[in-house]
Write a protein that binds this ligand. Structure first.
Ligand SMILES: Cc1cc2nc3c(=O)[nH]c(=O)nc-3n(C[C@H](O)[C@H](O)[C@H](O)COP(=O)(O)OP(=O)(O)OC[C@H]3O[C@@H](n4cnc5c(N)ncnc54)[C@H](O)[C@@H]3O)c2cc1C
Length: 399
């Protein structure tokens, strides 16, 4: 790659969470000199230790990116669990849909992986890459955009120059704020409770999700036979659930899943996350781009937030490392990334809101409609396969 008057880095990535770490690795692999700034670097991972409460369903598209980066084996070696099926049903109606990997001749439908495992494996890869300088712990404090480059100031006092600065610094992105990019954000009036639980019946390597009128409850299968649960509930219900003692919480969980996995025998501690849908008004400015939660957040009901972030990272690398591009921070180049991702992310956010509305209603016509929709999708093979391919992140055509 040739660059006219390149400052010390081609790209600075602010935020080394799952998405920022993936982006830094992809950029470096494509020939960029990258600085990665992270305020809270990940610690060592102890495979003998307990599961973390934050896990993600990682889809095939993200898996392929990690494979191409040489980070996938590391994730598998640390801790990950493939799931073979997904079953979704409606508490208020008769609707039910089940997806099986074997229907698509796929080895699995995805993997349940702790967020810290994804991040650790990517950092292991980055720490060995001569194209990457990791600057951590340090914090972004200031941004100065010039015609030929951008300069950032860190809490340590260090200043860094690059053609492009990317904000992968999460939902409360400081870079977004410094760049003057506004964000449209809406509180959903729901919180997601997460915990690790043991059930009486085996999870059958299946991701289970039941739509309750107060929000969806998901049981995601882990390698030690337990499940990671994500219970998105309206504020009032979430408060009630938070205040229950462990025994009563286990009872509520078993009841919430309609005893599909029998009684819930034990639970870890719980954590709760307020749920917001948000979209940055712009993903790019001259010499600035946003990816992952810094650009958008969605309801976790389809487990897509991080997967969308990995697609952002991949699309940004495709735009700024395309043949003939000499200035990665040029607005014309960055707009290609924005065009590729913002519409798709918005559609995904709205679809999740539509699902939430449709399944949150107890009105008989809506309950009947969703029952019809789920059962139809379950029985009409091409439609079901289309939905499965979408969930895998593979699009309509085999890739
Ligand atoms: C309950 C729940 C369940 C979910 N389940 C799934 C799922 O199954 N599948 C899925 O794909 N997604 C899921 N998501 C969404 C997913 O967790 C997020 O989309 C993802 O974690 C976003 O990653 P990120 O790297 O963009 O941001 P973050 O994880 O927020 O990382 C941002 C990083 O930037 C650093 N940082 C912040 N500010 C600064 C600064 N000023 N200077 C330097 N560094 C900074 C932070 O320390 C952090 O490491 C779920 C979300 C929730 C709430």
């Amino acid at each position: 790659m040739s660059h006219a008057k390149t400052p010390e880095f081609h790209t600075i990535v602010v935020g080394g969470g799952m998405v920022g770490a993936a982006l830094a690795a992809e950029l470096a692999q494509s020939g960029h000199r990258v600085a990665l700034v992270e305020v809270q670097p990940p610690g060592a991972f102890d495979p003998g230790g307990d599961h973390d409460l934050r896990v993600s369903a990682i889809n095939r598209a993200a898996q392929r990116v990690f494979q191409s980066l040489g980070a996938w084996e590391g994730m598998m070696a640390l801790r990950a669990h493939p799931y073979q099926a997904m079953e979704v049903w409606d508490a208020a109606g008769s609707g039910r849909i089940r997806f099986e990997a074997r229907d698509l001749a796929e080895p699995d439908l995805g993997h349940i992986i702790e967020n810290r495992v994804v991040q650790r494996a990517l950092w292991d890869r980055l720490e060995q890459d001569p194209m990457v300088e990791i600057i951590a712990p340090d914090t972004l404090m200031g941004l100065d955009v010039r015609r030929s480059h951008a300069e950032i100031t860190l809490a340590s006092g260090r200043r860094l120059k690059a053609l492009l600065v990317v904000g992968a610094d999460g939902a409360r992105s400081r870079l977004r704020e410094l760049a003057g990019i506004r964000v449209n954000s809406r509180y959903y009036g729901q919180q997601a409770l997460v915990a690790t639980v043991r059930t009486a019946l085996p999870h059958e390597d299946t991701a289970w999700q039941r739509f309750l009128s107060t929000g969806p409850l998901a049981f995601l299968p882990l390698g030690d036979g337990r499940c990671s649960i994500v219970w998105s509930a309206d504020d009032a219900r979430a408060e009630e659930l938070r205040d229950l003692n462990d025994e009563a919480f286990c009872q509520a969980l078993a009841d919430g899943l309609d005893y599909r996995l029998g009684q819930v025998l034990e639970t870890s501690r719980r954590a709760a996350f307020p749920l917001r849908g948000s979209q940055a008004e712009h993903y790019v400015r001259p010499r600035v781009a946003l990816v992952g939660d810094a650009a958008h957040t969605i309801h976790p009901l389809a487990g897509q937030g991080a997967n969308l972030g990995f697609q952002d990272a991949h699309a940004l690398v495709s735009a700024v490392c395309a043949p003939g591009v000499t200035d990665a921070g040029e607005l014309r180049v960055l707009r290609r990334y924005e065009r590729a991702r913002r519409g798709d992310n918005l559609i995904m956010m709205r679809s999740m809101e539509g699902f939430r509305y449709l399944f949150g209603s107890e009105q008989p016509p809506l309950a009947a409609l969703r029952g019809l929709g789920l059962n139809l999708a379950h029985q009409v093979t091409p439609l079901k396969h289309l939905l499965m391919r979408h969930a895998l992140g593979l699009g309509e055509h085999r890739t």
